[in-house]
Ligand binder design. Structure first.
Ligand SMILES: Cc1cc2nc3c(=O)[nH]c(=O)nc-3n(C[C@H](O)[C@H](O)[C@H](O)COP(=O)(O)OP(=O)(O)OC[C@H]3O[C@@H](n4cnc5c(N)ncnc54)[C@H](O)[C@@H]3O)c2cc1C
Length: 174
Protein backbone atom coordinates (compact mmCIF):
# COMPACT_ATOMS: atom_id res chain seq x y z
CA UNK A 1 0.00 0.00 0.00
CA UNK A 2 1.28 3.49 -0.87
CA UNK A 3 0.14 6.87 0.41
CA UNK A 4 0.97 10.06 -1.46
CA UNK A 5 -0.02 13.43 -0.05
CA UNK A 6 -2.36 15.20 -2.51
CA UNK A 7 -1.86 12.23 -4.84
CA UNK A 8 -5.33 12.51 -6.35
CA UNK A 9 -4.46 15.94 -7.72
CA UNK A 10 -1.15 14.82 -9.25
CA UNK A 11 -0.42 13.74 -12.79
CA UNK A 12 2.96 12.24 -11.85
CA UNK A 13 4.48 10.68 -8.72
CA UNK A 14 8.23 10.72 -8.11
CA UNK A 15 9.50 7.49 -6.51
CA UNK A 16 12.96 7.09 -4.93
CA UNK A 17 14.18 3.50 -4.80
CA UNK A 18 17.48 1.72 -4.35
CA UNK A 19 18.39 -1.76 -5.53
CA UNK A 20 21.94 -1.61 -4.19
CA UNK A 21 22.25 -1.53 -0.38
CA UNK A 22 25.68 0.13 -0.48
CA UNK A 23 24.37 3.03 -2.54
CA UNK A 24 21.29 3.33 -0.33
CA UNK A 25 23.55 3.85 2.71
CA UNK A 26 25.23 6.82 1.01
CA UNK A 27 21.94 8.72 0.84
CA UNK A 28 22.96 11.42 -1.66
CA UNK A 29 20.33 13.64 -3.38
CA UNK A 30 17.22 11.85 -1.93
CA UNK A 31 18.37 12.07 1.71
CA UNK A 32 18.88 15.84 1.43
CA UNK A 33 15.34 16.23 0.18
CA UNK A 34 14.03 14.15 3.08
CA UNK A 35 16.09 16.17 5.55
CA UNK A 36 14.40 19.35 4.36
CA UNK A 37 10.98 17.67 4.63
CA UNK A 38 11.72 16.54 8.17
CA UNK A 39 12.83 20.01 9.15
CA UNK A 40 9.59 21.42 7.71
CA UNK A 41 7.48 18.90 9.61
CA UNK A 42 9.34 19.86 12.79
CA UNK A 43 8.59 23.55 12.20
CA UNK A 44 4.92 22.71 11.54
CA UNK A 45 4.71 20.74 14.79
CA UNK A 46 6.23 23.62 16.72
CA UNK A 47 3.75 26.12 15.28
CA UNK A 48 0.77 23.89 16.02
CA UNK A 49 2.04 23.22 19.55
CA UNK A 50 2.44 26.94 20.18
CA UNK A 51 -1.06 27.69 18.88
CA UNK A 52 -2.61 25.02 21.13
CA UNK A 53 -0.51 26.08 24.11
CA UNK A 54 -1.76 29.66 23.73
CA UNK A 55 -5.35 28.40 23.59
CA UNK A 56 -4.70 26.49 26.82
CA UNK A 57 -3.08 29.46 28.58
CA UNK A 58 -5.95 31.79 27.62
CA UNK A 59 -8.54 29.27 28.75
CA UNK A 60 -6.76 28.58 32.04
CA UNK A 61 -6.89 32.31 32.80
CA UNK A 62 -10.48 32.88 31.81
CA UNK A 63 -12.32 29.68 32.86
CA UNK A 64 -13.40 29.86 36.51
CA UNK A 65 -14.27 26.91 38.70
CA UNK A 66 -14.81 27.11 42.45
CA UNK A 67 -14.45 30.91 42.35
CA UNK A 68 -11.05 31.09 40.72
CA UNK A 69 -9.43 30.62 37.32
CA UNK A 70 -8.62 26.95 36.68
CA UNK A 71 -5.06 28.04 35.89
CA UNK A 72 -4.51 28.81 39.58
CA UNK A 73 -4.48 25.07 40.25
CA UNK A 74 -1.01 23.58 40.25
CA UNK A 75 -2.07 20.47 38.36
CA UNK A 76 -3.40 22.63 35.53
CA UNK A 77 -0.27 24.79 35.66
CA UNK A 78 1.75 21.58 35.33
CA UNK A 79 0.15 20.77 31.97
CA UNK A 80 1.00 24.24 30.72
CA UNK A 81 4.50 24.44 32.21
CA UNK A 82 5.50 21.00 30.91
CA UNK A 83 4.36 22.09 27.45
CA UNK A 84 6.27 25.39 27.61
CA UNK A 85 9.39 23.47 28.68
CA UNK A 86 9.06 20.97 25.83
CA UNK A 87 8.26 23.51 23.13
CA UNK A 88 11.23 25.78 23.84
CA UNK A 89 14.01 23.28 22.98
CA UNK A 90 11.99 22.07 19.98
CA UNK A 91 12.03 25.58 18.54
CA UNK A 92 15.70 26.14 19.33
CA UNK A 93 16.81 22.92 17.67
CA UNK A 94 14.61 23.65 14.66
CA UNK A 95 16.21 27.10 14.23
CA UNK A 96 19.67 25.60 14.61
CA UNK A 97 18.92 22.87 12.06
CA UNK A 98 17.49 25.41 9.60
CA UNK A 99 20.55 27.61 10.03
CA UNK A 100 22.88 24.68 9.36
CA UNK A 101 20.81 23.61 6.34
CA UNK A 102 21.01 27.14 4.92
CA UNK A 103 24.79 26.93 5.33
CA UNK A 104 25.07 23.74 3.30
CA UNK A 105 25.17 21.18 6.11
CA UNK A 106 23.35 17.94 5.13
CA UNK A 107 21.66 17.93 8.61
CA UNK A 108 20.91 14.20 8.43
CA UNK A 109 21.11 13.69 12.18
CA UNK A 110 19.76 17.13 13.14
CA UNK A 111 16.66 16.93 10.93
CA UNK A 112 15.80 13.49 12.31
CA UNK A 113 16.19 14.77 15.88
CA UNK A 114 14.00 17.81 15.11
CA UNK A 115 11.34 15.70 13.43
CA UNK A 116 11.31 12.95 16.07
CA UNK A 117 11.24 15.31 19.03
CA UNK A 118 8.78 17.86 17.60
CA UNK A 119 6.32 15.24 16.31
CA UNK A 120 6.17 13.47 19.66
CA UNK A 121 6.16 16.78 21.55
CA UNK A 122 3.15 18.22 19.67
CA UNK A 123 1.11 15.10 20.41
CA UNK A 124 1.81 15.49 24.12
CA UNK A 125 1.09 19.23 24.07
CA UNK A 126 -2.25 18.93 22.26
CA UNK A 127 -3.28 16.12 24.59
CA UNK A 128 -2.46 18.28 27.61
CA UNK A 129 -4.27 21.32 26.21
CA UNK A 130 -7.42 19.24 25.76
CA UNK A 131 -7.04 18.28 29.41
CA UNK A 132 -6.71 21.94 30.42
CA UNK A 133 -10.00 22.66 28.62
CA UNK A 134 -11.85 19.84 30.35
CA UNK A 135 -14.88 18.43 28.51
CA UNK A 136 -15.18 21.30 26.02
CA UNK A 137 -11.68 20.40 24.79
CA UNK A 138 -13.09 17.22 23.27
CA UNK A 139 -16.04 18.93 21.58
CA UNK A 140 -16.12 20.08 17.96
CA UNK A 141 -16.89 23.67 19.00
CA UNK A 142 -13.17 24.08 19.60
CA UNK A 143 -10.38 23.19 17.13
CA UNK A 144 -8.49 21.00 19.61
CA UNK A 145 -10.15 17.66 18.88
CA UNK A 146 -9.51 18.15 15.15
CA UNK A 147 -5.89 19.11 15.81
CA UNK A 148 -5.54 16.09 18.11
CA UNK A 149 -6.38 13.81 15.17
CA UNK A 150 -4.26 15.84 12.76
CA UNK A 151 -1.03 15.80 14.79
CA UNK A 152 -1.17 12.02 15.13
CA UNK A 153 0.05 11.82 11.54
CA UNK A 154 3.35 13.54 12.33
CA UNK A 155 4.95 10.51 13.98
CA UNK A 156 4.10 8.50 10.85
CA UNK A 157 4.84 10.55 7.75
CA UNK A 158 8.23 11.65 6.41
CA UNK A 159 9.73 8.69 8.25
CA UNK A 160 8.11 7.21 11.34
CA UNK A 161 9.50 7.88 14.82
CA UNK A 162 11.04 4.41 14.72
CA UNK A 163 12.83 5.24 11.48
CA UNK A 164 14.10 8.57 12.88
CA UNK A 165 15.55 6.65 15.83
CA UNK A 166 17.10 4.21 13.38
CA UNK A 167 18.72 7.08 11.42
CA UNK A 168 20.01 8.74 14.59
CA UNK A 169 21.47 5.41 15.73
CA UNK A 170 23.32 5.14 12.42
CA UNK A 171 24.70 8.68 12.73
CA UNK A 172 26.37 7.70 16.03
CA UNK A 173 27.87 4.64 14.39
CA UNK A 174 25.45 1.94 15.59
C1 LIG B 1 -1.84 10.75 5.04
C2 LIG B 1 -0.54 10.16 4.58
C3 LIG B 1 0.21 10.82 3.61
C4 LIG B 1 1.40 10.27 3.16
N1 LIG B 1 2.11 10.94 2.19
C5 LIG B 1 3.22 10.37 1.67
C6 LIG B 1 3.92 10.95 0.57
O1 LIG B 1 3.52 11.99 0.05
N2 LIG B 1 5.03 10.37 0.12
C7 LIG B 1 5.49 9.21 0.66
O2 LIG B 1 6.53 8.71 0.20
N3 LIG B 1 4.84 8.61 1.68
C8 LIG B 1 3.71 9.15 2.19
N4 LIG B 1 3.06 8.54 3.22
C9 LIG B 1 3.54 7.23 3.66
C10 LIG B 1 4.22 7.28 4.99
O3 LIG B 1 5.48 7.89 4.86
C11 LIG B 1 4.28 5.82 5.49
O4 LIG B 1 2.95 5.46 5.87
C12 LIG B 1 5.24 5.67 6.63
O5 LIG B 1 6.57 5.85 6.16
C13 LIG B 1 5.15 4.30 7.28
O6 LIG B 1 5.24 3.29 6.31
P1 LIG B 1 4.12 2.15 6.29
O7 LIG B 1 2.79 2.79 6.41
O8 LIG B 1 4.39 1.29 5.12
O9 LIG B 1 4.38 1.37 7.65
P2 LIG B 1 5.31 0.05 7.85
O10 LIG B 1 6.60 0.21 7.10
O11 LIG B 1 4.42 -1.11 7.55
O12 LIG B 1 5.60 0.19 9.38
C14 LIG B 1 4.77 -0.35 10.42
C15 LIG B 1 5.49 -0.13 11.75
O13 LIG B 1 6.78 -0.79 11.73
C16 LIG B 1 7.82 0.15 11.96
N5 LIG B 1 8.98 -0.17 11.12
C17 LIG B 1 8.98 -0.51 9.81
N6 LIG B 1 10.24 -0.72 9.39
C18 LIG B 1 11.06 -0.51 10.45
C19 LIG B 1 12.47 -0.57 10.65
N7 LIG B 1 13.32 -0.86 9.66
N8 LIG B 1 12.95 -0.26 11.87
C20 LIG B 1 12.10 0.04 12.89
N9 LIG B 1 10.75 0.10 12.76
C21 LIG B 1 10.24 -0.16 11.56
C22 LIG B 1 7.23 1.51 11.56
O14 LIG B 1 7.90 2.59 12.21
C23 LIG B 1 5.79 1.34 12.04
O15 LIG B 1 5.73 1.58 13.43
C24 LIG B 1 1.87 9.06 3.70
C25 LIG B 1 1.14 8.41 4.72
C26 LIG B 1 -0.06 8.93 5.13
C27 LIG B 1 -0.87 8.19 6.19
Amino acid sequence: MHFITNGKHADFALVFAANDRTKRAQGGAAMQFLAMGRLSIGAMCNGIAEYCLNLGIDYAKERRAFDRPVGKNQYVQGHIVDSVVELKPAKLMTYECAWKYDNGDPVIQESSIVKLYSAEMVNRVVDRMIQVHGGIGWMRELPLERIYRLVRIFTLVEGTSEIQRHIIAKTVGL
